[in-house]
Design a binder for this molecule. Sequence first.
Ligand code: ADE
Length: 240
Amino acid sequence: MSFAATILTLYPDMFPGPLGHSLAGRALGTGVWTLDTLQIRDFAEDRHRSVDDTPAGGGAGMVMKADVLARAVDAALAARPDCPVLAMTPRGAPLTQDRVRTLAAGPGVTLLCGRFEGMDERLFEARPVEPVSIGDYVLSGGEMAALTLLDACIRLLPGVMGAASSGVEESFESGLLEYPQYTRPVTWEGRTIPEVLRSGDHAKIAAWRAQRAADDTRLRRPDLWERYRSARDRPPSGAQ
Ligand code: ADE
Protein backbone atom coordinates (compact mmCIF):
# COMPACT_ATOMS: atom_id res chain seq x y z
CA MET A 1 0.00 0.00 0.00
CA SER A 2 1.28 3.44 -0.98
CA PHE A 3 1.54 6.31 1.47
CA ALA A 4 -0.92 8.90 0.13
CA ALA A 5 0.10 12.56 0.35
CA THR A 6 -2.61 15.08 -0.52
CA ILE A 7 -1.65 18.76 -0.51
CA LEU A 8 -4.14 21.63 -0.38
CA THR A 9 -2.32 24.72 -1.60
CA LEU A 10 -2.49 27.91 -3.64
CA TYR A 11 0.85 26.86 -5.19
CA PRO A 12 0.54 23.27 -6.45
CA ASP A 13 3.60 23.81 -8.70
CA MET A 14 5.77 23.79 -5.55
CA PHE A 15 5.16 20.00 -5.33
CA PRO A 16 6.89 17.57 -5.44
CA GLY A 17 9.73 20.16 -5.69
CA PRO A 18 12.71 18.77 -3.78
CA LEU A 19 10.79 15.55 -3.08
CA GLY A 20 11.02 14.72 -6.79
CA HIS A 21 14.76 14.14 -6.30
CA SER A 22 17.02 11.62 -4.61
CA LEU A 23 15.45 8.88 -2.47
CA ALA A 24 12.02 10.50 -2.14
CA GLY A 25 11.89 11.07 -5.90
CA ARG A 26 12.74 7.46 -6.62
CA ALA A 27 10.15 6.29 -4.11
CA LEU A 28 7.55 8.53 -5.78
CA GLY A 29 8.47 7.00 -9.14
CA THR A 30 8.09 3.46 -7.85
CA GLY A 31 4.78 4.14 -6.09
CA VAL A 32 6.01 3.86 -2.50
CA TRP A 33 4.15 7.12 -1.98
CA THR A 34 1.68 9.07 -4.12
CA LEU A 35 1.16 12.80 -4.44
CA ASP A 36 -2.08 14.65 -5.18
CA THR A 37 -2.45 18.41 -5.06
CA LEU A 38 -5.69 20.33 -4.78
CA GLN A 39 -5.77 24.01 -5.78
CA ILE A 40 -7.50 25.83 -2.92
CA ARG A 41 -8.67 28.56 -5.32
CA ASP A 42 -10.79 25.97 -7.14
CA PHE A 43 -13.02 25.94 -4.04
CA ALA A 44 -13.75 29.69 -4.13
CA GLU A 45 -17.30 30.39 -5.23
CA ASP A 46 -17.40 34.13 -5.83
CA ARG A 47 -16.85 35.92 -9.11
CA HIS A 48 -13.24 36.86 -8.24
CA ARG A 49 -12.38 33.40 -6.92
CA SER A 50 -11.18 35.04 -3.71
CA VAL A 51 -9.60 32.86 -1.04
CA ASP A 52 -8.83 35.55 1.55
CA ASP A 53 -10.27 38.65 3.18
CA THR A 54 -9.22 41.33 5.66
CA PRO A 55 -8.77 40.32 9.32
CA ALA A 56 -11.70 40.87 11.67
CA GLY A 57 -10.66 43.46 14.25
CA GLY A 58 -8.21 45.06 11.84
CA GLY A 59 -4.50 44.62 11.34
CA ALA A 60 -2.11 43.87 8.53
CA GLY A 61 -2.44 41.25 5.84
CA MET A 62 -5.22 38.92 4.82
CA VAL A 63 -6.85 35.83 6.33
CA MET A 64 -7.78 32.66 4.42
CA LYS A 65 -11.55 32.23 4.33
CA ALA A 66 -13.14 29.44 6.39
CA ASP A 67 -15.75 28.48 3.77
CA VAL A 68 -13.18 28.07 0.97
CA LEU A 69 -10.81 26.07 3.18
CA ALA A 70 -13.66 23.89 4.47
CA ARG A 71 -14.75 22.98 0.93
CA ALA A 72 -11.15 22.07 0.05
CA VAL A 73 -10.82 19.97 3.22
CA ASP A 74 -14.17 18.27 2.51
CA ALA A 75 -12.99 17.33 -0.99
CA ALA A 76 -9.76 15.88 0.40
CA LEU A 77 -11.65 13.97 3.11
CA ALA A 78 -14.06 12.57 0.53
CA ALA A 79 -11.11 11.27 -1.51
CA ARG A 80 -9.05 10.06 1.48
CA PRO A 81 -11.30 9.69 4.54
CA ASP A 82 -8.63 7.57 6.22
CA CYS A 83 -5.88 10.23 6.18
CA PRO A 84 -5.47 12.77 9.00
CA VAL A 85 -5.71 16.41 7.92
CA LEU A 86 -2.93 18.64 9.25
CA ALA A 87 -2.78 22.39 8.71
CA MET A 88 0.75 23.80 8.47
CA THR A 89 0.90 26.91 10.66
CA PRO A 90 3.34 28.39 13.18
CA ARG A 91 0.39 28.36 15.62
CA GLY A 92 0.35 24.55 15.58
CA ALA A 93 1.76 21.99 17.99
CA PRO A 94 5.45 21.30 17.23
CA LEU A 95 6.12 18.34 14.94
CA THR A 96 8.19 15.62 16.62
CA GLN A 97 9.95 12.47 15.40
CA ASP A 98 7.38 10.43 17.38
CA ARG A 99 4.57 12.06 15.43
CA VAL A 100 6.43 11.55 12.14
CA ARG A 101 6.77 7.84 12.94
CA THR A 102 3.06 7.55 13.69
CA LEU A 103 2.12 9.36 10.48
CA ALA A 104 4.54 7.30 8.36
CA ALA A 105 3.00 4.09 9.75
CA GLY A 106 -0.47 5.21 8.62
CA PRO A 107 -2.21 5.42 5.22
CA GLY A 108 -0.98 8.95 4.40
CA VAL A 109 -1.51 12.61 5.24
CA THR A 110 -3.53 15.51 3.92
CA LEU A 111 -1.67 18.78 4.40
CA LEU A 112 -3.33 22.17 4.27
CA CYS A 113 -0.87 24.94 3.44
CA GLY A 114 -1.64 28.39 4.83
CA ARG A 115 -0.59 31.67 3.28
CA PHE A 116 -1.05 35.30 4.34
CA GLU A 117 -1.69 36.08 8.02
CA GLY A 118 -3.37 32.76 8.71
CA MET A 119 -6.60 30.80 8.41
CA ASP A 120 -10.00 31.69 9.86
CA GLU A 121 -9.95 29.96 13.27
CA ARG A 122 -13.49 28.60 12.82
CA LEU A 123 -12.12 26.07 10.32
CA PHE A 124 -10.44 24.24 13.21
CA GLU A 125 -13.73 24.09 15.14
CA ALA A 126 -15.81 22.99 12.18
CA ARG A 127 -13.55 20.36 10.59
CA PRO A 128 -11.15 17.67 11.90
CA VAL A 129 -8.04 19.71 11.04
CA GLU A 130 -5.07 19.70 13.37
CA PRO A 131 -2.64 22.65 13.32
CA VAL A 132 1.04 21.60 13.16
CA SER A 133 4.22 23.71 13.24
CA ILE A 134 7.69 22.67 12.10
CA GLY A 135 9.44 25.13 14.40
CA ASP A 136 9.41 28.47 16.15
CA TYR A 137 9.97 30.69 13.14
CA VAL A 138 7.64 32.04 10.48
CA LEU A 139 7.78 30.88 6.87
CA SER A 140 6.06 32.74 4.05
CA GLY A 141 3.59 29.88 3.71
CA GLY A 142 2.88 26.32 4.72
CA GLU A 143 4.26 24.73 1.55
CA MET A 144 7.87 24.45 2.74
CA ALA A 145 6.60 23.12 6.07
CA ALA A 146 4.51 20.51 4.23
CA LEU A 147 7.55 19.46 2.17
CA THR A 148 9.55 19.13 5.38
CA LEU A 149 6.91 17.02 7.12
CA LEU A 150 6.56 14.82 4.04
CA ASP A 151 10.31 14.33 3.71
CA ALA A 152 10.52 13.21 7.33
CA CYS A 153 7.71 10.67 6.74
CA ILE A 154 8.87 9.38 3.35
CA ARG A 155 12.39 8.47 4.49
CA LEU A 156 10.78 6.12 7.05
CA LEU A 157 8.62 4.26 4.52
CA PRO A 158 9.67 0.65 3.97
CA GLY A 159 12.39 0.36 1.34
CA VAL A 160 13.11 4.09 0.96
CA MET A 161 16.30 4.33 2.98
CA GLY A 162 17.07 0.77 3.97
CA ALA A 163 18.84 0.22 7.27
CA ALA A 164 19.94 3.84 7.75
CA SER A 165 16.48 5.20 8.63
CA SER A 166 15.41 2.35 10.85
CA GLY A 167 18.46 2.84 13.06
CA VAL A 168 17.66 3.17 16.72
CA GLU A 169 20.78 5.38 16.91
CA GLU A 170 19.28 8.30 15.00
CA SER A 171 18.78 11.66 16.66
CA PHE A 172 15.62 11.72 18.83
CA GLU A 173 15.08 7.95 18.78
CA SER A 174 16.57 7.67 22.25
CA GLY A 175 15.34 11.10 23.31
CA LEU A 176 18.85 12.49 22.73
CA LEU A 177 20.73 14.00 19.79
CA GLU A 178 22.81 11.50 17.87
CA TYR A 179 26.55 11.21 18.66
CA PRO A 180 28.96 12.92 16.21
CA GLN A 181 30.26 11.11 13.13
CA TYR A 182 33.68 11.09 11.44
CA THR A 183 35.12 9.55 8.30
CA ARG A 184 38.50 9.36 6.52
CA PRO A 185 41.04 10.86 6.33
CA VAL A 186 42.11 10.07 9.88
CA THR A 187 43.79 13.49 10.10
CA TRP A 188 42.35 16.54 8.36
CA GLU A 189 43.67 20.08 8.84
CA GLY A 190 45.58 18.83 11.87
CA ARG A 191 42.46 17.35 13.52
CA THR A 192 42.44 13.62 14.20
CA ILE A 193 39.44 11.33 14.58
CA PRO A 194 39.03 10.38 18.28
CA GLU A 195 41.32 7.45 19.03
CA VAL A 196 38.52 5.35 20.58
CA LEU A 197 36.65 5.25 17.23
CA ARG A 198 39.74 3.67 15.64
CA SER A 199 40.32 1.19 18.46
CA GLY A 200 37.98 -1.54 17.19
CA ASP A 201 36.74 -1.98 20.79
CA HIS A 202 32.97 -1.97 20.25
CA ALA A 203 32.05 -1.68 23.91
CA LYS A 204 34.33 1.32 24.36
CA ILE A 205 33.00 2.91 21.17
CA ALA A 206 29.40 2.47 22.36
CA ALA A 207 30.23 4.02 25.73
CA TRP A 208 32.01 7.00 24.09
CA ARG A 209 29.07 7.57 21.75
CA ALA A 210 26.54 7.42 24.59
CA GLN A 211 28.58 9.97 26.55
CA ARG A 212 28.86 12.35 23.58
CA ALA A 213 25.14 12.01 22.82
CA ALA A 214 24.38 13.00 26.41
CA ASP A 215 26.96 15.84 26.56
CA ASP A 216 25.94 17.36 23.23
CA THR A 217 22.24 17.16 24.08
CA ARG A 218 22.82 18.82 27.47
CA LEU A 219 24.80 21.66 25.85
CA ARG A 220 22.81 22.22 22.67
CA ARG A 221 19.31 21.21 23.68
CA PRO A 222 18.73 21.74 27.40
CA ASP A 223 14.99 21.31 26.72
CA LEU A 224 15.49 17.77 25.35
CA TRP A 225 17.98 16.96 28.09
CA GLU A 226 15.52 17.92 30.86
CA ARG A 227 12.80 15.75 29.33
CA TYR A 228 15.22 12.85 28.88
CA ARG A 229 16.49 13.13 32.44
CA SER A 230 13.09 13.32 34.07
CA ALA A 231 11.90 10.29 32.03
CA ARG A 232 15.06 8.35 32.94
CA ASP A 233 14.85 9.21 36.65
CA ARG A 234 11.11 8.61 36.96
CA PRO A 235 10.34 5.29 38.71
CA PRO A 236 8.71 2.81 36.30
CA SER A 237 4.90 3.13 36.35
CA GLY A 238 3.35 0.80 38.91
CA ALA A 239 6.38 1.05 41.20
CA GLN A 240 5.81 2.24 44.80
N1 ADE B 1 3.78 28.30 8.03
C1 ADE B 1 4.52 29.39 8.31
N2 ADE B 1 5.42 29.14 9.26
C2 ADE B 1 5.25 27.83 9.60
C3 ADE B 1 5.88 26.98 10.54
N3 ADE B 1 6.86 27.39 11.34
N4 ADE B 1 5.43 25.71 10.63
C4 ADE B 1 4.41 25.28 9.86
N5 ADE B 1 3.79 26.04 8.96
C5 ADE B 1 4.20 27.31 8.82
